[in-house]
Design a protein around this ligand. Structure first.
Ligand code: CMC
Length: 427
């Protein structure tokens, strides 16, 4: 048996043999299939890339049928249990876990690039108090490009490394300052003695105390959430980072594009929708009624279902456990009872079972964020901070892949044939 596909073109009766590699045929191999010499050749049509691989990637594996998520081969459960976000960021970007020396140097470099240019505070102050923090993040990522002219040298590995460090280091500072801006509180400068998430909590919540001491459980919980959100292979925002970056746009502007994609409610905004839904339900007694309305297609059960996971979202399992640990510190979020009841009923109801609808990452994450004191508008920003590591890994992999070129899909033109221009006074 050979790894090929034989295609018969019934328009011409001709046969073609196309190679199958990694369960995939190359779309360009279809171009030889023509009805005439001047025919462009056969194309494949795949709106929303539902069945098209756009790259070869060694970063993240999702097996949706078996509920598996791995970064560089390491199961997400093990990383969430034993690793740290900065170590995971290193792993995503470099392919291997760092040894102790590499780890110390990586953490040291990131810790020493957390400050942002003071001019950025002027940009911050230009926004209204109620500006959405995620829209601010999108624009600040682009604005950072104006400070780093050298970042345009995207083919230079040393320059890439320099700006990868800067972006991972500065994301929490930018994010915390959007929050401080919206609350009218003064910006808090980074504290290098604290961990990545400890410093983030410091820049968010420090008031008059001379030294901010993050609660170790909340500091670790945020780190685990960051690990879980660090990458998710070719999703909408990673694809944006790759597509924009393929034009050799600098990493700051490429990531601004990725963050803009994440901002959309179909992508990074679902956890916010879960909270709204739980608030609308209001009480466990109302859960059966709400489930029935989902089955009657009046609305969706937010935080349930996934395009890829058809078994269980492995991140949801970790988050559910984490939620209970956080509630030990913050007090129990009353909405958790509604969430648990929804999950219990849905997981036993044939409507959800038959459609393979299980809780996804967003079902419990919003409850944790809310309990930690974050307003819902900060939820996509909390997603963007760790995902920057994934975006950068995807962006770098794209740039170093010799097969990649500027991203430029084809189209099926369905507009008018040629027609003559009619001057305005004759229309
Ligand atoms: N509640 C009720 N019914 C649902 C739901 C839901 N949450 N999700 C899917 N269905 C039904 C849908 O009506 C359809 O039924 P039928 O075949 O009878 O018409 C079937 O399940 C398949 O749904 P689909 O919309 O074709 O599936 P999809 O793969 O296109 O959509 C999804 C995936 C995540 C957009 C969808 O499940 C959904 O809208 N979920 C709620 C929103 C949500 O939680 N999004 C967060 C995704 S995880 C975040 C991330 O990883 O970035």
């Amino acid at each position: 048996m050979s790894d090929t596909l034989t295609i018969t073109d019934n328009r011409t009766g001709k046969n073609y043999e196309v190679a199958i590699t990694d369960g995939t045929i190359r779309a360009a191999d279809l171009r030889q299939i023509k009805v005439a010499d001047d025919d462009f050749g056969l194309m494949s049509y795949d709106p929303a890339f539902k069945n098209t691989a756009s790259c070869r990637s060694a970063i993240t594996l999702i097996d949706g049928e078996r509920g598996i998520l791995r970064y560089r081969g390491y199961p997400i459960e093990q990383l969430a249990e034993q690793s740290s976000f900065l170590e995971v960021a290193y792993l995503l970007l470099n392919g291997e876990l760092p040894n102790q020396e590499e780890h110390a140097s990586w953490v040291n470099e990131i810790t020493h690039h957390t400050y942002i240019h003071e001019y950025m505070t002027k940009a911050m102050n230009g926004y209204r108090y109620d500006a959405h923090p995620m829209a601010m993040m999108v624009s600040f990522l682009g604005a950072l490009s104006t400070f780093y002219e050298s970042s345009k040298e995207v083919r230079n590995p040393k320059v890439r490394h320099e700006h990868i460090i800067k972006i991972i280091a500065k994301m929490p500072t930018l994010a915390a300052w959007t929050y401080r801006h919206s609350t009218g509180r003064p910006y808090i400068y980074p504290d290098n003695a604290l961990s990545y998430t400890g410093n983030f909590l410091n820049m968010l919540f420090r008031m008059a105390e001379p030294k901010y001491e993050p609660h170790p459980v909340l500091e670790r919980a945020l780190d685990v959430l960051f690990i879980l959100h660090a990458d998710h292979e070719q999703n909408c925002s990673a694809n944006s980072a790759r597509a924009v970056g393929s034009a050799e746009t600098d990493p700051y502007c490429s990531l601004a594009a990725a963050a803009a994609a994440l901002y959309g409610p179909l992508h990074g905004g679902a956890n916010e929708a879960v909270l709204r839904m739980l608030n609308t339900i209001g009480h466990v007694d109302k859960v059966p009624e709400f489930i029935q309305a989902c089955k009657d297609r009046k609305h969706r059960l937010m935080g349930f279902g996934h395009r890829v996971y058809k078994n269980y979202d492995p991140r949801a399992r970790v988050i559910k456990k984490l939620a209970h640990e956080v509630f030990q510190v913050t007090g129990r979020n009353p909405l958790i009872d509604i969430a648990l009841e929804l999950e219990k009923i849905a997981l036993n109801d044939p409507f959800f079972v038959e459609r393979k609808l299980y809780p996804n990452v967003d079902f419990y994450s919003g409850l944790i964020y809310q309990s930690m004191g974050f307003p819902t508008t900060m939820f996509p920003v909390l997603f963007a901070i760790p995902r920057a590591a994934g975006w950068l890994a995807q962006w770098q992999e794209m740039l170093t892949d010799k097969e990649q070129r500027i991203a430029r899909p084809r189209q099926i033109y369905i507009g008018h044939d040629e027609r003559a221009y009619v001057p305005l006074d004759q229309r």
